[in-house]
Write a protein that binds this ligand. Structure first.
Ligand code: ADP
Length: 765
């Protein structure tokens, strides 16, 4: 059926033609890859897996796709005449760049704290090493529980107020919460030597990727040691004395006046972690203000915490471009909130509303700055001031409304000033009991700015804050680094996967904040993001035409057909390989591009959905789109479109995620929930969630995708080749792989427990 959304009659005509036809055998389509970054002539690794014809083929018939004979599917067998005929018959003009109906027109804008080149080199960004003397400094402002544990031990009631410019020699002391992150397996992807294309992962010490627990032995004592009183020596008990004691032991009736022994069963011990009041402060929330994974995480974690009986409220900016149709009961909660700003103040209104059951407050300032009336979320020149104001307003609102959350959970640089303001200002105004957990979703965007932000927020004292141990950028002594401030002043800092925690601290992927992570490693760890199955669930997803589960996986094929109709792809026996994500250099765009050519040349179709705030990147992919305009096996959609993303997750056979770095990555997790097999690079959260079918050391039922190590074309091909070969030659194995992915538990269940353990550990008891 033709795609009713398409305005292009030629496209509709093509679609009708394809959808009516029988499945055509997969043959390679010659798609000469224009030289952009010519692939190095690297010989294929000797250990590369060839889809051996000698492998035993299971008699189980494939359920997703009809199996093809080897002659039919051999990509090297020649050009597919049917595909050729179709291609020449169809003239398609699929260069529409405007987002499809339903797309969020503003969500393409991404944070641009550091403007990225169009296709940077794949090497990991590194920054010059910081002078060792500086890195060793421990004169941090003791944010632990907003006070030094040692000071508390000496005088429980005293809360030391830091003196300007005074360096505190004792780092905040936070140990490991029992069972907190330590239970997260460090997910080592170890290759089987010598044939594995996945190189052995660096040995990940649990101490590095999880909360570092100071050993009891070395732990400095928190309380002064008081010598135990000496007990007098106990004389040996004689047999006679024992006999005399027996009647007393037999006594059943209590003496008059003596309290009767209670026959009641002892009350059950209190729950390990009491329910808590948590306020999340964030710049994104699914679905009202979504740019990327941060929005999904804030919503999913908040929901899971509430399900477990905690009280959770979320504070967001009131953007003019939010999806107001997803906010229920929006009402004014506080008027005339006077938020101090640059020595004066900004009159602010705070709104309350429910976002799919979550309690949310929205900050709306009334000033000529129009901080949140920009028709976009990020990408403005004054982003730092916009979100600095947001931090101050959120705290002012909590103070004026007497909110005293046990935990304030902040996300990314946009909210990093909250712990700074809390420690330096608001605890002295009455917010003594709140503690801060700070989650870094992406180290690349840090909010590096001038000291004017200090004057704006009322922190002032640049000589105090431009100190290496506080907010001074590690590389520019005249710049303020907001994310660093958040890390220094929070009670706990985490990133969104154990593997990325290690990569950031010891693998040079913290974009210059490695020394800060080392200084504060005792309160740093990695917690894998979860997936909100209410939002991403093939059994209930409103965006897909046919609902299905692992037990009815055959129905996934109907979504594949729908995806083909939606994107005007030919109806044939080829697998669909997909990419969904921001078109950011972080995502390995040069490899995404190569994956398109490789897939089309090896018997697969390709769909891409993504956009970038960088016009040159969009333009590049629009050029590719024009290049493949007549190709019935390829569709690139340069847009943000939530509904199309869900259809791709449900309809595609594979998703490729070749990121250069990936703090967690949600697309591969979402894809697995929909039975789409991920082909990923072994980096960050990708390595923690995807386990190679052939080379993982995991049990067979946990293997759920294909993994490659090196960020180059041969690396990508080593995984894509195996995935495509398995799809064609061992469809029953491929089916098992996607079922493994669907059956894996990627819910918020475990991650939320880790966060609760941390909350419980840092809260003011
Ligand atoms: P990041 O946080 O780096 O953007 P993640 O993989 O963690 O990447 O999360 C990406 C989220 O954004 C997923 O929910 C994905 O479906 C969604 N997404 C990304 N790009 C698009 C797009 N162009 N259209 C629709 N959804 C998108």
């Amino acid at each position: 059926m033709a795609n009713p959304r398409s305005k292009d009659p030629a496209k509709n005509q093509a679609s009708q033609k394809f959808s009516g036809g029988a499945a055509s055998p997969a043959k390679p389509v010659k798609s000469a890859e224009p030289a952009m970054s010519p692939a190095p002539a690297v010989p294929k690794p000797a250990n590369e897996i060839k889809p051996a014809a000698t492998r035993a083929v299971s008699p189980i018939p494939p359920k997703l796709e009809p199996a093809k004979s080897a002659a039919e599917i051999n990509p090297a067998a020649g050009i597919n005449p049917l595909a050729d005929a179709l291609r020449s018959a169809v003239v398609k003009h699929r260069i529409e760049a405007t987002p499809a109906a339903g797309a969020n027109p503003v969500a393409e804008v991404k944070p641009v704290t550091i403007s990225a080149p169009a296709f940077p080199k794949p090497a990991v960004e590194t920054k010059p090493a910081v002078a060792p003397t500086a890195a060793k400094s421990t004169a941090a402002p003791l944010p632990s529980k907003l006070e030094s544990v040692q000071s508390v031990a000496a005088s429980p009631s005293s809360r030391p107020t830091p003196v300007a410019g005074e360096a505190k020699p004792t780092p905040p002391k936070i140990g490991t919460p029992a069972g907190a992150i330590a239970s997260v397996p460090p997910a080592v992807v170890t290759a089987k030597a010598p044939i594995a294309p996945v190189k052995p992962e660096p040995v990940v010490s649990p101490m590095l990727v999880t909360v570092v627990a100071p050993s009891k032995k070395n732990e400095p004592s928190q309380k002064p040691l008081t010598p135990k009183p000496l007990t007098p020596p106990v004389p040996p008990i004689s047999e006679q004395a024992v006999v005399e004691e027996i009647p007393k032991l037999k006594k059943t009736e209590p003496e008059p006046g003596e309290p009767k022994p209670s026959l009641e069963v002892a009350p059950p011990p209190p729950p390990a972690i009491p329910s808590m009041f948590v306020v999340m402060i964030a710049s994104e929330l699914t679905p009202v203000a979504k740019v990327g994974g941060l929005a999904d995480v804030v919503y999913g974690l908040a929901r899971e915490l509430e399900t477990r009986g905690n009280a959770v409220e979320i504070i967001l900016p009131k953007y003019d471009c939010m999806r107001y149709d997803h906010i229920y009961g929006l009402t004014k909660a506080y008027e005339n909130l006077w938020v101090p700003w640059y020595g004066g103040g900004i009159n602010t209104t705070v709104y309350f509303g429910f976002v799919h059951g979550r309690k949310c407050y929205f900050i709306e300032p009334h000033s000529n700055d129009n901080f949140f009336n920009r028709k976009c979320f990020y990408g403005q020149n004054d982003d730092v001031l916009r979100f600095a104001f947001f931090c101050r307003a959120a705290l002012e609102f909590m103070l004026k409304t007497n909110k005293h959350p046990e935990i304030i959970h902040c996300h990314d640089w946009q909210t990093a000033l909250v712990p700074v303001l809390l420690y330096e200002m608001y605890q002295h105004l009455g917010m003594r009991h709140s503690r801060v957990c700070f989650t870094v979703h992406n180290f690349k965007h840090q909010g590096v700015t001038g000291d004017h932000v200090l004057r704006g927020t009322g922190l002032n004292r640049p000589e105090y804050f431009l100190h290496y141990d506080r907010l001074r950028d590690n590389h520019n002594p005249h710049a303020i680094n907001l994310m660093k401030g958040g890390m220094v002043y929070s009670n706990f800092v985490n990133t969104v996967s154990p593997r990325h925690a290690w990569e950031a601290k010891d693998g040079g992927q913290a974009h210059g904040l490695e020394p800060t992570l080392n200084t504060h490693q005792h309160k740093f760890g990695g917690i894998l993001n979860g997936l909100d199955y209410e939002q991403f669930n093939p059994q209930t997803d409103p965006h897909i035409p046919t609902k299905y589960s692992a037990d009815t996986i055959e129905k996934k094929y109907e979504n594949k057909q729908a995806l083909r109709r939606r994107f005007l792809l030919a109806d044939n026996a080829k697998p669909i390989i997909s990419f969904v994500g921001r078109l950011d250099p972080q995502k390995g765009l040069e490899l995404v591009r190569h994956a398109i050519f490789y897939a089309l040349g090896h018997g697969a179709q390709f769909v891409l959905l993504g956009s970038s705030p960088d016009a040159s990147i969009n333009e590049h992919f629009l050029g590719l789109k024009r290049h493949f305009n007549d190709n019935p096996d390829c569709h690139l959609e340069i847009a943000y479109n939530e509904e199309a993303a869900h259809l791709i997750y449900a309809g595609a056979d594979m998703i490729v995620v070749p990121s250069r770095y990936e703090p967690c990555g949600l697309t591969q997790i979402i894809a697995m929930a929909f039975g789409t097999v991920p082909v990923v690079r072994a980096v960050g959260g990708l390595a923690d969630t995807v386990f190679d079918k052939d080379f993982s050391n995991r049990p067979l039922h946990e293997r759920n995708g294909y993994v490659f190590e090196t960020a180059d074309n041969p690396g990508l091909e080593s995984a894509l080749q195996r995935a495509i070969a398995c799809y064609y030659q061992f469809p029953e194995h491929f089916r098992q792989l996607l079922l493994n992915g669907m059956r894996g538990d990627h819910s918020w269940n475990h991650p939320a427990q880790h966060y609760l353990n941390i909350y419980d550990f840092i809260r003011d008891k």
